[in-house]
Design a protein around this ligand. Structure first.
Ligand SMILES: NC(=O)c1ccc[n+]([C@@H]2O[C@H](COP(=O)([O-])OP(=O)(O)OC[C@H]3O[C@@H](n4cnc5c(N)ncnc54)[C@H](O)[C@@H]3O)[C@@H](O)[C@H]2O)c1
Length: 299
């Protein structure tokens, strides 16, 4: 009787899978716009979708501005900018979302992400790859309710996505080795530096960095120092941005959702306890740069 080996060495090479030509990016906010930009810059046909037309308009403005910055710094030509923009189609029509790879960058909420992938599943080929840009939700949990969970993978970009090189490629319990390889190779094509990560809440960066935010919030709550002082001290220590400036850049509400999700995933471990001050900022709509007010004010 012929047996099939399950050794990873015998799996088909990534190059034997369907080539990724068309990338759908769902969510045109802080991360989705940058992901669409790097996808288009690496010669892919890109569809950028959002439920809100104004987010799509803002995203395209941001992409054009980023590309202009690249031209000014001598990193790319006018021709490359034109080609990048021509590669992107924006839409609010869900029915147009068909692709070889679908990357979600929507709100950090398990139920909403699962619902999105289920809906995308009904109108995409069974071998289309579903990638999540989640910062903290285990890929295994997202994949569990999706048909063909072996094609669900984590592709975690960092902010700003068009600049930061690191991409965490996360394999959930069901993710196939070929899919992880293919997404890893794609990240290289996007001129990123991917790392393979096993599935665990917060993966590597958000797990380790959580204390950077939470301990700073705690120090501020205890009136050890103001947020400006804490930022200045940590910047003088060598961090490029202090924690409060960084939370404003990330999105205070997104950062808070990540803390809540990690607190749950680590069975309420006190080291991941979310901050009341941050909760209050979220309640007030002070989401950081995107709402012109967070820990700081922006004009
Ligand atoms: N902000 C960061 O620094 C950062 C870094 C890495 C990963 N992430 C992760 O990326 C994801 C997106 O974060 P963000 O900061 O870009 O958020 P964001 O709030 O800036 O953007 C989210 C976008 O998704 C859209 N959206 C919401 N629900 C939707 C739905 N059901 N269908 C389609 N569009 C929908 C919103 O209109 C919005 O434009 C989150 O999972 C977050 O944890 C964020």
């Amino acid at each position: 009787m012929k047996t099939t080996s399950v050794s990873c060495d015998n799996l088909p090479a990534a190059s034997s899978l369907k080539e990724i030509k068309k990338i759908v990016v769902v969510g045109a906010g802080t991360m989705g716009s940058g992901i669409a930009q790097v996808s288009a810059m690496s010669d892919h046909e890109v569809v950028l979708y959002d439920i809100a037309q104004d987010r799509l308009d803002l995203a395209m403005e941001k992409i054009a501005k980023n590309l202009d910055g690249g031209i000014k710094r001598g990193k790319l030509s006018e021709e490359e900018k034109k080609q990048c923009i021509a590669n992107i189609t924006v839409t609010t029509d869900f029915l147009l979302l068909n692709g070889d790879l679908l990357i979600e960058a929507i709100v950090e909420d398990l139920v909403i992400k699962v619902d999105l992938f289920k809906r995308l599943n009904s109108q995409n080929a069974p071998d289309a790859i579903f990638a999540s840009n989640t910062s903290s939700i285990p890929i295994t949990r997202i994949a569990a309710e999706i048909p063909q969970p072996e094609r669900v993978v984590g592709m975690h970009f960092f902010n700003p996505a068009h600049i930061m090189k690191l991409v965490e490629v996360i394999s959930g319990a069901a993710t196939s080795q070929e899919v992880a390889n293919q997404v890893f190779d794609l990240a290289i094509k996007m001129k990123k530096k991917p790392v393979r990560v096993k599935d665990a809440p917060g993966f590597i960066v958000n797990r380790v960095a959580r204390q950077f935010y939470l301990e700073s919030l705690q120090a501020m709550e205890e009136r050890v120092a103001t947020h400006e002082t804490i930022d200045t001290v940590l910047e003088n220590l060598g961090f490029r941005m202090g924690p409060f400036k960084l939370m404003d850049l990330i999105g205070v509400e997104t950062n808070h959702s990540v803390s809540c999700s990690m607190f749950d995933s680590f069975f309420q471990a006190s080291r991941f306890r979310p901050s009341r001050i941050q909760q209050q900022k979220v309640d007030a709509g002070h989401h950081g740069r995107k709402s012109k007010k967070g820990f700081y004010e922006y004009s």
